[in-house]
Design a protein around this ligand. Structure first.
Ligand SMILES: Cc1cc2nc3c(=O)[nH]c(=O)nc-3n(C[C@H](O)[C@H](O)[C@H](O)COP(=O)(O)O)c2cc1C
Length: 196
């Protein structure tokens, strides 16, 4: 089996987002592992319109060229870590749109979460877990949350994500769980492909 590839997806696109530094921190911890490879994927690089296809690409191929590029990108990964911002108790509109623009490309792959917000982004992550199940992904149990008193100084630019030493251990636990599920599911996908 080739080394599984994991996308670190930045869910926010606004100019002054925290998401980018969170993704960079996550990548710096993750890239120390040698069992998985990682790539930061920025939704800004996939400026899709609000969903405007005749159906999900589970049923009808998408006509939008950026959407096709996005689907190919998603298909190239074996698992995903969503760097999850919380907007009005849920995920960003940009991430929901990007999730809706693919279907088979998400299926039977593991998903993990690294979030931030007043309540650690927990409400957004709970919504996202539910969406991931509908997309036939396998969400891992352990997620990393930056909350309240730790998050506000980061949001205000007074501190950085990398200034929180406790995140490293939490991130490593999340990555361990993601690795287990990613290997199990890649093996199962490849066995199913051989059998068919
Ligand atoms: C439209 C909007 C809605 C927000 N709603 C919430 C919320 O429901 N809960 C929360 O903890 N923070 C909320 N916030 C604050 C965000 O947690 C904070 O701005 C964070 O930095 C957003 O992620 P980003 O910087 O990557 O865009 C909201 C921010 C925006 C822009």
């Amino acid at each position: 089996m080739s080394k599984p590839k994991i996308a670190i997806i930045i869910s926010s696109t606004r100019a002054s987002r925290v998401g980018e530094q969170a993704a960079k921190y996550l990548e710096s911890v993750a890239s120390k592992r040698n069992d998985l490879s990682f790539e930061v994927v920025d939704l800004r690089d996939y400026p899709m319109p609000f969903f405007n296809e005749v159906a999900s690409n589970a049923y009808v191929p998408s006509s939008n060229e950026v959407a096709q590029k996005w689907q190919q990108k998603v298909a190239s990964f074996d698992g995903f870590i969503f760097v999850t911002a919380e907007y009005n108790n849920s995920i960003t509109a940009a991430l929901k749109n990007a999730l809706d623009y693919a279907y088979p490309e998400w299926n039977r792959k593991a998903a993990a979460y690294f979030s931030y917000g007043s309540a650690g982004g927990a409400r957004a992550v709970q919504h996202l877990r539910d969406i991931c199940v509908e997309l036939q992904m396998a969400p891992v149990r352990h997620s990393v949350l930056i909350q309240g008193n730790d998050f506000y100084p980061i949001m205000n630019g007074e501190k950085q994500v990398k200034d929180l030493p406790y995140l490293k251990g939490l991130t490593e636990t999340m990555l361990d769980q993601l690795a287990w599920w990613t290997y199990a599911l890649k093996d199962a996908r490849e066995a199913a492909q051989l059998a068919s």
